[in-house]
Ligand binder design. Structure first.
Ligand code: NAD
Length: 441
């Protein structure tokens, strides 16, 4: 099939490259010529494992067309995926301006299109958005009728940054949800997925929109639950890691749940999606107690890490603090709503000299912290002159005890339980979220 992907960000670019890899002629549509030009040259513009090589391959095979010409992309293809951003507004509700703009432009292109094609909403949008915003825009700007002249689906994206390519190409564990305007629309999209090894659920558009929010809210709620229990452990002489292991022994809970405690969740999805659903629920007369509690616990959690660090370090003023990990999670350079932003800013405000390291996110960090911190591309270098180290992102390389051997002051505050203190050389004080007291090595 021929596919247009509107949006060249974390979802759009990876989706477009993956569909091209599957043999479909794929357009990736962006707004900025400079960004699209980089993509044309094989520069992936975002960090995602294997993306660079796959991008180069599909460009060479001439199956992948980065462009700013949305109209041509829609005219040449059978399916148009809307993969544009849906950030939070200041009141917590969802900002649908990019979705509106993309829908209007697709509608405009459909006016000139003689054959049937399907618009697919892949962005995360609150229930009702496709019916109340996307379809009316498509209708108005195309002058055509949904169902008759063009089709519509809502097909939520479940990829996890850091493993996006695997999630898109092998969605067996996450499934594929197709919300369809009518059978013909759903059938066209199901055709695209027929070679994917995954269960396909076909449902209504509003249900598909809601499934995405229900999943993210469920997972976010688990993290806030884990953090609350870990905070209690820290105060009552228990170690949350052992408590978690004991919980997982119960088959009704099981392993592999979202029960890691730490400095809270960040990123471009969980915080904004829970906020958007909570705001929408309030608007329609449902008081979202669980969603609000999930957000409240999460908002306070970075301060728990700062408090823990303060107890261990004393006053921050005049101290050199190494912060390891800035991306909101390992495997990405994405710093949207990353917990590290609040942690680093708080350290600076309290007079610390901050040196930061991240394997992938330093470029993004520079646009946020500017010259307020020093940046090092080698974690050991960040640690060498530090009075203390705070681990904020669980990059696997931070789990090696050896990394810390040349620290001037042997003080570690682990915000993600990434490090086993048994692996540290002797002489260290190790403090962690969910750990009562400290471990001396
Ligand atoms: P992003 O901000 O990284 O990318 C959006 C891109 O779309 C931007 O580059 C923007 O310039 C481009 N864009 C906006 N309007 C456009 C238009 N009219 N034409 C062409 N390009 C346009 O956002 P993202 O992280 O890729 O997320 C996209 C959507 O997917 C959001 O709704 C998000 O909630 C959802 N989602 C994201 C993830 C994730 O892990 N990032 C996972 C699942 C779902």
């Amino acid at each position: 099939m021929n596919v247009a992907v509107i949006g060249d960000g974390y979802v759009g670019l990876t989706t477009a490259v993956c569909l091209a890899t599957k043999g479909h002629l794929t357009y990736c549509v962006g707004l900025l010529e400079e960004r699209i030009d980089k993509i044309r040259k094989g520069i992936p513009v975002i960090q995602e494992e294997n993306l660079e090589q796959m991008l180069k391959d599909v460009l060479l095979e001439n199956r992948f067309r980065p462009t700013t010409d949305l109209e041509k992309a829609v005219l040449d293809t059978d399916l148009s995926f809307i993969c544009v951003g849906t950030p939070s507004k200041t009141d917590g509700s969802i900002d649908l301006s990019q979705v509106r703009d993309a829908s209007e432009k697709i509608g405009h292109a459909l006016r000139r299109k003689s054959d049937y094609s399907v618009a697919v909403v892949r962005s995360t949008v609150v229930p009702g958005t496709t019916d109340q915003l996307v379809i009316p825009s498509l209708e108005q700007f195309s002058g055509k009728a949904p169902g008759k002249d063009f089709g519509i689906c809502m097909n939520p994206e479940f990829l996890r940054e850091g493993q996006a390519i695997n999630d898109i190409l092998s969605p067996k564990d996450i499934g594929i949800v197709i919300g369809e305007y009518d059978e013909k629309s759903g059938h066209a999209l199901a055709e695209l997925y027929k070679t994917f090894d995954a269960e396909i659920m076909r449902t209504s558009i509003r249900t598909a929109e809601m499934i995405k929010y229900a999943r993210n809210s469920y997972l976010a709620k688990d993290i806030s639950f884990a953090n609350e229990i870990a905070n209690i452990c820290q105060k009552c002489g228990a170690d949350y890691l052992a408590v978690k292991k004991g919980m997982e022994m119960d088959a009704r809970i099981g392993k592999g749940r979202f029960l890691d405690a730490g400095a809270g969740f960040g990123g471009s999805c969980f915080p904004k999606d829970v906020r958007a659903l909570a705001t929408r629920a309030s608007e329609i007369g449902v008081n979202p107690e669980m969603l609000k509690a999930t957000l409240r616990v999460n908002d306070l959690q970075p301060y728990k890490l700062i408090d823990l660090a303060k107890q261990a370090v004393g006053r921050f003023k005049g101290k050199r603090i190494a912060v390891l990990g800035l991306a909101f999670k390992p495997g990405t350079d994405d710093m949207r709503e990353a917990v590290s932003i609040m942690i680093v800013n708080s350290l600076i405000e309290q007079g610390a000299t901050v040196c930061v390291h991240d394997p992938k996110a330093l470029n993004n960090a520079k646009t946020i912290f500017e010259d307020k911190v020093s940046y090092v591309s080698n974690a050991e270098k960040a640690l060498r002159n530090a009075d203390a180290c705070i681990i904020v992102t669980e990059w696997p390389e931070y789990a090696s005890g050896k990394l810390y051997q040349h620290m001037r002051k042997k003080l570690i505050i682990d915000g993600r339980r990434v490090l086993d203190p048994k692996d540290l050389p002797s002489g260290f004080s190790y403090h962690a979220i969910g750990l009562s007291g400290q471990v001396k090595t």
